[in-house]
Ligand binder design. Structure first.
Ligand code: FMN
Length: 192
């Protein structure tokens, strides 16, 4: 798998398909990750996103302390890892990541943020501090500072999932452990 750096203003395009993501971060030697279905692009330049992250999630505590986190797009082959990460807390199980089958790496430019092996897109995000949101809301807002993609699933600035095996398709969460994979591409008539 080759990972390519792409402009952070492409972040919206990565999220436009509505994928389930995994948020990971690390702070003072504690590394955690949680799946998150409720994420939304809010602007291109600078690339800005909003996330609904439960104030009770340990990942959120670490995100607020570190100010930096990674948003990544997992694929169908990681469905059980996703459910394992999303049905237990690191606060209760310090071995959550290892027992969920998570393998971590990082790349130059990722400022030490943990990236999950096997995902197909990664967005390095910096929390926009907001006292009201932090104290009263499950929502967080962040800037995307950098982004990387697996070159097998991206072509010329666009997702290229048509020829990907089902195992390598992003996930779209329904409920109760059910997901869809990304569906068939169709093209509208547009003037270029
Ligand atoms: C498929 C899936 C999607 C989820 N989406 C969200 C979400 O959008 N927002 C959220 O706050 N929690 C979401 N969760 C729940 C968290 O991932 C869960 O609370 C997790 O155990 C938190 O772990 P932590 O306490 O170690 O951070 C989701 C869980 C699953 C399984």
């Amino acid at each position: 798998m080759a990972i390519l750096s792409i402009d952070s203003d492409r972040a919206a395009r990565l999220l436009n398909i509505g994928p389930l993501v995994i948020v990971s971060t690390t702070y003072q030697g504690i590394t955690n990750a949680m799946p998150l279905a409720w994420i939304c692009p809010m602007g291109y330049n600078p690339a800005t996103i909003s996330l609904v992250m439960n104030r009770g999630a340990y990942t959120r505590v670490l995100v607020e302390k570190s100010g930096l986190f990674m948003v990544q797009v997992p694929v169908a082959s990681q469905i059980n890892m996703v459910m394992s990460l999303g049905t237990q807390s690191l606060a209760d199980n310090p071995n959550k990541l290892a027992e969920s089958g998570v393998e971590l790496f990082t790349v130059e430019g990722a400022q030490g943020m943990p990236m999950l092996h096997g995902c197909v897109a990664w967005l390095l995000c910096r929390l926009i501090p907001d006292q009201y949101l932090e104290e009263h809301s499950n929502m967080l807002i962040a800037r995307v500072e950098d982004a990387w993609i697996d070159e097998d699933v991206f072509d010329n600035g666009y997702w290229n999932l048509e020829n990907c095996a089902t195992d390598k398709q992003p996930l779209h969460y329904v409920a109760g452990g059910q997901f869809y994979t990304t569906g068939k591409l169709i093209q509208a008539d547009i003037d270029e």
